[in-house]
Design a binder for this molecule. Structure first.
Ligand code: Z2T
Length: 815
């Protein structure tokens, strides 16, 4: 087994050496003979071997990084949805064949071994997963780039479906330990909350002294980010909260004991739990503490390291460091960096401000108003007294400048303030304090410029840019769809797998017409469908027909994503089959999955509806093999890896203008599924890449939605009254059709009484039509596989390698 990396001390880079090392390690972790070992022992042993290999390279990398020859990127994000790491490490080390063959010879089930790893769920969805893909691509391309976030004790809840409803169960992901992190207590830092600021004049200069604060210790846990078959190992640093002093509890009397325990749990609560809401701002004090926690701790270490390298000075910091903030949750980076530069390093305000703006760049991820962070001023002022003063000063100077440059636009100027209506507007802080503001797809960036942030765009046109999201093909295609990977290797050679080179998949285009290739592509899809069917049979007891179309919608449950539109169409098909059981329809399996925020009552009703419909349809002998509906519980990264390769239709049906980008759409496309969707987010760019003949698009455009919303003119009741199919279906939601206890009044009312905010009824007829068109194309398998091939061939631009290269050129300018 050849390994490309030369400068590390490999111990196990041949099959024979690996076999010996593995057996020895299993015996060490189990304390038993290898023949007695459990899958758990085998997993722990392989994880340790992998870590030993990677940490040797990591040390070499870290000392290279400390020389600061290259510009370093730091991703500040409140979520990193990394998923399972063992197989990714094995693949990135180039150990895959060696490990697979050896384990096979030893009679070890590699799949089962991997399942021992608890899937870390330190994110809600696309935003957190994007960071994990970006870390993978940054390392693959050999850039120095690191993550900075929170080591939540409990990740996103585990979802169970009980009586058709979502039930949330705590995700205790650390219960058996986690082998891929290294705790660094010597690098812990103190984060200060509350207290007061005293002003003192020292040598004619104002000093701001923060006193009587509540200190909390931030302890870093580092996870290595191994580049794909290169010698780059970057870091994901996650901070855990601890009380500053570890009391010797036995020396305290009862009163002190209780106080000490209370402080301990107050401190620890900061990194206790990930907030499970994906698009809703809640405004909880604990969340604000979390935001400052990883911002303050992360910046402290970066500044300390930079100064150590630069003889104690912060001069030149923006030339060597990029602070990239993932949405507004880390926007406190702006005042915190100012605080460090002005209060601690003694820079003049203007110099510090210039350095801050040059260091920070900002990505926005949604235009939904309910997600915009607006903190009550009182809360920020009390929790972060000095940081708040700095925000006030940033705001004061901004408004002053604006009134100076645009004296006739006082209203507009004030509307752009950071502080107004008693709130701190985090997006305004992020835009004003950074040199780059970008959206995550072309359409989204256009909406930011023309609607959401149009006043800022008028003032700072050069700050605005766009970088379309991407996903890592190494996890979501090469890793999860080995059949496809091998077919591509055999057809066009292996160059497409090199980092940054996925666009060379276009060499596949001529094979779209090749019957033998298309046959093989279809066979691989069929095998992947059987694998998913097996998973669903084992976990849910539902039997699927692998010859039916697998039509898949998996993502967080949200009104704007319109899972409701999907299920209304399922009900329509069911009604058609009931009135004509022998109808000539192409058999179809609808697969849905996703979590709802625990407090999002409407989204949970949608989950209940999907499950109620599934129960009814799947148990009706009338529909036989023609229609199935499955709701797969607990959608997470590892479940996703089984689902995407098995999909034939990728449902991307958000109300146009609402889905910033979407990234699942890209994962489906790479695996050969055809997109059935609205012209929203990155769907637009998928359609552009493959041509309109190779996607199924339907529905209102973002402009039509915008016009209805600004000028009115949509009446859902009119649509309902002119469509008898909708009358029947909506009637069934409330007339007991799905069982007495299962009325869906809330959904019914949202569609008819509250005028259907997300245009579900308006887009219903075109959706039904496009579904019929897709089914008819499927009857012609040659045509379907041709379209599938064209989609795979053009999926290269949706690699996160391409996104990182774009960020590098447009935003960070590392080279
Ligand atoms: C999230 O996953 C996304 C946006 C958010 O806005 C929050 C969360 Cl948790 C605050 C998603 C977008 O909905 C999706 O369109 C996009 O592809 C993804 O972020 C990554 O940019």
């Amino acid at each position: 087994m050849a390994i490309t990396d030369k400068n590390t001390k490999h111990k196990v880079n041949t099959k024979e050496a690996f076999r010996k090392a593995f057996i020895k390690k299993v015996e060490e972790v189990s304390g038993e003979d290898f023949s007695e070992s459990t899958t758990r022992h085998q997993y722990e042993a392989l994880a340790e071997l992998v870590m030993e290999e990677i940490t040797a390279e990591w040390a070499v990398n870290n000392s290279r990084l400390h020389k600061m020859e290259e510009k370093q990127i730091y991703f500040f994000s409140i979520e990193f949805l990394i998923g399972r790491l063992l197989k990714a490490y094995v693949n990135n080390l180039g150990w895959d064949t060696m490990v697979e063959e050896t384990l096979n010879e030893l009679g070890v089930d590699y799949e089962a071994l991997q399942s021992e790893e608890h899937d870390p769920a330190l994110g809600n969805g696309g935003l957190g997963r994007l960071m994990a893909c970006f870390l993978d691509s940054t390392a693959a391309l050999g850039f120095p780039g690191h993550g900075n976030g929170i080591r939540y004790k409990y990740g996103l809840f585990e979802q169970k479906i009980i009586n058709n409803e979502q039930v949330e169960v705590a995700d205790i992901w650390l219960k058996n330990g986690y082998p891929f992190e290294i705790v660094k207590p010597d690098k812990a830092v103190v984060v200060k909350y509350n207290g007061d600021v005293r002003v003192e004049e020292v040598n004619g200069k104002m000093q701001f002294i923060h006193e009587n604060y509540d200190p909390v210790l931030a302890v870093p846990y580092d996870i290595p980010v191994k580049g794909y078959r290169n010698n780059t190992v970057n870091s994901l640093r996650l901070w855990s909260a601890k009380p500053v002093e570890d009391f010797d509890l036995s020396t305290f009397n009862q009163g002190h004991f209780l106080k000490a325990m209370q402080r301990k749990s107050e401190a620890e609560s900061i990194s206790q739990i990930l907030y499970p809401s994906d698009h809703g701002f809640e405004g909880k004090l604990l969340r604000l503490k979390q935001e400052y926690f990883f911002v303050c701790a992360g910046l402290k270490r970066i500044v300390r390291r930079y100064k150590k390298h630069n003889h104690g000075s912060m001069d030149g910091f923006p030339d060597k460091i990029c602070i990239h903030i993932n949405d507004t949750h880390p926007a406190l980076c702006v005042p915190e960096l100012m605080r460090i530069l002005v209060d601690e390093e003694g820079y003049d305000w203007d110099v510090a401000w210039d350095m801050t703006i040059k260091s920070i760049s900002f990505t926005n991820h949604t235009v939904l108003p309910e997600a915009l962070e607006k903190w009550p001023i009182d809360m920020v002022q009390k929790l972060l007294p000095r940081v708040y003063q700095i925000i006030e000063e940033i705001n004061r100077r901004f408004i002053n400048d604006m009134n100076w440059f645009y004296p006739d636009q006082v209203d507009r100027n004030y509307s752009m303030a950071i502080l107004k209506d008693g709130q701190v507007h985090m997006a305004h802080l992020a835009i004003i304090g950074s040199h780059s503001v970008n959206g995550v797809a072309e359409l989204h960036s256009k909406i930011l410029r023309e609607e959401t942030f149009r006043d800022f765009y008028a003032v700072f046109p050069d700050r605005f840019t766009s970088v379309t999201n991407g996903v890592t093909q190494r996890r979501f295609m090469m890793g999860s769809n080995p059949g496809l990977k091998t077919l591509l290797d055999d057809t066009i050679g292996t160059d497409w797998k090199k980092p940054g080179n996925m666009c060379s998949l276009e060499a596949l285009l001529p094979y779209a017409q090749d019957a033998a290739f298309c046959q093989k592509l279809g066979d691989i899809k069929h095998a992947n469908k059987e694998r998913l069917a097996k998973y669903i049979k084992e976990t849910q007891g539902i039997v699927l027909n692998p010859d039916s179309i697998f039509d898949v919608q998996v993502k967080r449950i949200h009104e704007y994503k319109r899972q409701l539109l999907n299920i209304l169409h399922v009900i329509l098909t069911y009604n058609q089959l009931r009135s004509n059981p022998n109808a000539d329809i192409v058999p179809k399996t609808y697969i849905l999955a996703g979590k709802a925020a625990p407090s999002y009552v409407y989204a949970k009703e949608v989950i209940r509806l999907i499950n109620v419909v599934a129960d009814r349809v799947n148990n009706d002998p009338l529909v036989k093999d023609k229609l199935k509906v499955v709701f797969v519980p607990n959608f997470n990264v590892s479940v996703a890896e089984i689902i995407y390769p098995a999909a034939e239709i990728s449902e991307q049906i958000s109300t146009a203008g609402k889905e910033a980008s979407g990234t699942g759409n890209m994962k489906f496309m790479m695996n050969g599924a055809l997109t059935l969707g609205t012209m929203d987010g990155a769907n637009v760019e998928i359609a552009e890449a493959v041509g309109m003949d190779n996607v199924f698009t339907f529905g209102l455009s973002d402009t039509e939605v915008y016009n209805y919303n600004t000028h009115g003119g949509y009446r859902s009741l009119e649509v309902y009254e002119s469509d008898s199919r909708l009358q029947e279906i909506l009637g069934q939601l409330i007339n007991g059709f799905f069982g007495e206890s299962a009325g869906f009044q809330m959904i019914y009312d949202s569609l008819l009484l509250h005028n259907d905010t997300y245009f579900v009824l308006k887009d219903f007829a075109p959706y039904v039509d496009i579904q019929d068109i897709a089914s008819n194309v499927y009857r012609d398998q040659k045509q379907w596989q041709k379209m599938s091939t064209i989609n795979i061939a053009h999926s290269g631009i949706f690699s996160s390698d391409r996104s990182i290269e774009d960020y590098e050129k447009r935003v960070w300018k590392v080279k």
